[in-house]
Design a protein around this ligand. Structure first.
Ligand SMILES: [Zn+2]
Length: 381
């Protein structure tokens, strides 16, 4: 086992990472069509454009038989700028494919939020956090109003001023309630952070309808088995290593199956201190369950890679959001290569070989385990 891992590690020299969305997309599509188990590719064109004025897409690549009963759905860039890592994982999986088992397919969704990916934002073209977007009731946490003035300042604020005001708020209300008010998702301040939107964004809408159409007329829908894996960064406990988060508490058998990365999440309940609602994977699973009437509930995994300490993530998000909206209020096109934007890209990416190698190995490991899971999922209840 250890020999295998070392051999793989030695051969991975960051070759799957690309500098930006355009380069990553081109490579991904070129490699995908050459994949021995490639079935088809579909591009969903968004209205939003990149900083280069060119079109943006959500790309769906189907590997394995189109009528497979066991289907892994693998997503990257749900949180835009976090996509550099997930896309590298997908690149590795099409460039150096792992065999799918019989009657098994993988549907890769490359660039769920390609706008955020190319503009170095976590959110989409309407400042919407895609993972707070898909819920019926759009109620904001009461405390968010208290913190919006400094979380989303209307004029330039220094990091020191921000930290002081943030400290005051946590002294007054407690750290966990403030973090939760911030990150659970809010629906009343469209320029604020973790904004869930008034309506479902175009990207999530496209994805939901695509999957609905794909599976609506499938015969033997009841026997279909699915697993959804969504790759994220910024929350894991260790740089380059992942924690496997699940919106529902998994059974012990499932935790044992996915191993230590899921065990650590279960022991600590979750690596995050909040519980967002409106996740894309949850809505997608609900939709697929409804149209297929599959009897096995669809399991969802957020593969969260650690990058930098949590407070740096928060400050980076705050600064980028402030600069973005200051530019818009001044009638300027925001600069996706401003200091704050490039800093955000750095915060949510892995730019050193050691952590990039670790992440690729873990994404490939989870892919293999996911394929195995689909074979035995019905026994793991
Ligand atoms: Zn994320």
């Amino acid at each position: 086992m250890s020999i295998m891992v070392e051999t793989e590690s030695a051969s991975l020299v960051n070759q799957y990472f690309s500098s930006d969305y355009r380069a990553a997309r081109q490579r991904f599509l070129e490699s995908a069509v050459k994949c021995p188990n490639f079935s088809f590719h579909e591009e969903l064109k968004l209205d939003a454009k990149g900083p280069d004025g060119k079109d943006l897409f959500i790309d769906i690549v189907w590997l394995g038989p189109v009528d497979a009963d066991k289907i892994l759905i693998h997503l990257s860039a749900t949180h835009g700028v976090e996509g550099h890592v997930g896309a590298a994982g997908q690149q590795s999986l099409v460039e150096d494919p792992i065999a799918l088992q019989e009657n098994t397919a993988c549907v890769m969704v490359f660039g769920v939020n390609s706008f955020g990916y190319i503009w170095n934002r976590r959110v989409n073209e309407n400042n919407i956090d895609v993972n707070r977007n898909l819920r019926e009731d759009r109620e904001s946490p009461k405390l968010y109003e208290r913190i919006d003035s400094f979380m989303n300042p209307k004029k330039l604020m220094t990091i020191d001023e921000f930290q002081m005001q943030f400290g005051d708020a946590t002294k007054e209300h407690g750290r966990v309630p403030i973090i939760s008010a911030l990150a659970d998702g809010q629906y009343d301040f469209p320029e604020g952070m973790f904004y869930g939107g008034k309506d479902i964004g175009q990207g999530p809408q496209f994805i939901m309808s695509w999957f609905e159409k794909q599976f609506a007329n499938r015969a033997n829908g009841k026997d279909l088995r699915f697993l959804i894996v969504d790759v994220h960064t910024g929350l894991g406990n260790e740089r380059g290593l992942d924690t496997l988060l699940t919106p529902i508490t998994p059974s012990d058998a499932v935790v044992d199956f996915f191993g230590p990365a899921m065990q650590s999440a279960k022991q600590k309940k979750t690596v995050s201190e909040y519980k967002p609602l409106g996740l894309l994977t949850v809505a997608l699973a609900d939709k697929i369950e409804a149209v297929t009437e599959c009897t096995l509930p669809i399991f969802r995994i957020g593969q969260e890679f650690g990058t930098v300490p949590r407070n740096q993530v928060m400050i980076g998000l705050w600064a980028e959001n402030m600069h973005w909206h200051l530019a818009i209020r001044a009638d300027k096109t925001p600069d996706h290569e401003s200091e704050a934007s490039l800093q955000l890209k750095k915060i949510f990416s892995l730019d050193d070989k050691v952590s990039q190698d670790k992440a690729i190995i873990r994404m490939r490991d989870l892919y293999k385990t996911s394929i195995d899971y689909l074979q035995v999922a019905h026994t793991l209840v």
